[in-house]
Design a protein around this ligand. Structure first.
Ligand code: AMP
Ligand code: ZN
Length: 219
C-alpha cells in the first residue's frame, strides 16, 4: 500500500506513522526524521535544513523533493510506503504524483489526522523527543516513568528547537498557508480519508486501521 499521512504539527503523525507502517508492513518514510538525522550527522543537507527547521519554516521544495526522490528508489520502498511529513506543499504533491506515474503506480490513500488548533498547541509544547531512538513522549499525555529519560533505551529526552513556543506559532501558520491546501488537493482526487486524531494514541491507531481496512489490496 502507498499511503500519505497529513495533519497539523502535533497531530501525532510521527507516532501514528510508526504504528500504521508496522501494521501495513511498509517502510515509514519521514522527511522530518531524515532532515534531523542529517542535522545530527552534520551533513551539508543537514546544515542547510537546520536554518529552516529552527524557524519552523519549510525546507525549500527542490531540496526536499530531491531527497524524497532518492529515498523512494530504494528497494524497501518498491512494495509500498507510508510517507510522513511529505508532501507538505501542493508543488511537492504534484511532483510526487509524477514520480509515481513514472514508475506506473499511484497513491492508494491520504490519511488526514484531524485535530483542533488549541489542542495542537497543548500537545506540541509538552512534547519531548529521545536523543537515541527519536521516540516522542509527552509530559502530560504520555510521560516516561522517569522525567527526562526514555523508557525504551534510557536515552536523554529533549525539546526540539521547533517545539518551542514561537516556533510552534510559525509552524501552525506555515501549515495553514502551505500544507492545508493539500487536503483539498487530495479530496478532489478522491484519495482523502479523515480520522479524529484526539484521545488515546491506541484509539487513534485503531481508527486509522479501521479506516484503511477497506482499501487494503494487493497493488
Ligand atoms: P516534522 O518532523 O515532520 O514536523 O518536520 C520537521 C521540520 O522538517 C519541518 O518543520 C520542516 O522544517 C522540515 N520538513 C519536514 N518535511 C518537510 C517537507 N515535506 N517539506 C519541507 N520541509 C519539511
Ligand atoms: Zn529512546
Amino acid at each position: 500500500m502507498r499511503l500519505v499521512l497529513v495533519g497539523p504539527p502535533g497531530a501525532g503523525k510521527g507516532t501514528q506513522a510508526q504504528f500504521i507502517a508496522e501494521h501495513l508492513q511498509v517502510p515509514k518514510i519521514s522527511t522530518g526524521d531524515i532532515f534531523r538525522a542529517n542535522v545530527g550527522q552534520g551533513t551539508e543537507l543537514g546544515l542547510l535544513a537546520k536554518t529552516f527547521m529552527d524557524r519552523g519554516d519549510l525546507v525549500p521544495d527542490d531540496v526536499t523533493i530531491e531527497m524524497v526522490r532518492n529515498r523512494l528508489t530504494e528497494d524497501d520502498a518498491q512494495g509500498g510506503f507510508l510517507l510522513d511529513g511529505f508532501p507538505r506543499t501542493v508543488p511537492q504533491a504534484e511532483v510526487l504524483d509524477s514520480m509515481l506515474a513514472e514508475s506506473g503506480v499511484k497513491l492508494h490513500v491520504v490519511l488526514e489526522l484531524v485535530v483542533e488548533d488549541d489542542e495542537v498547541i497543548r500537545r506540541l509544547s509538552g512534547r519531548r523527543t529521545c536523543r537515541t531512538c527519536n521516540h516522542i513522549w509527552h509530559i502530560d499525555f504520555d510521560p516516561p516513568s522517569v522525567e527526562g529519560v526514555c523508557d525504551l533505551d534510557g536515552g536523554e529526552l529533549y525539546q526540539r528547537d521547533d517545539d518551542q513556543a514561537e516556533t510552534i506559532a510559525n509552524r501552525l501558520k506555515v501549515y495553514a498557508n502551505e500544507t492545508a491546501p493539500l487536503v483539498g488537493y487530495y479530496a478532489s482526487r478522491g484519495l482523502l480519508v479523515g480520522i479524529d486524531a484526539t484521545g488515546p494514541v491506541d484509539d487513534v491507531t485503531q481508527r486509522a486501521i479501521d479506516a484503511l481496512r477497506p482499501l487494503q489490496h494487493g497493488d
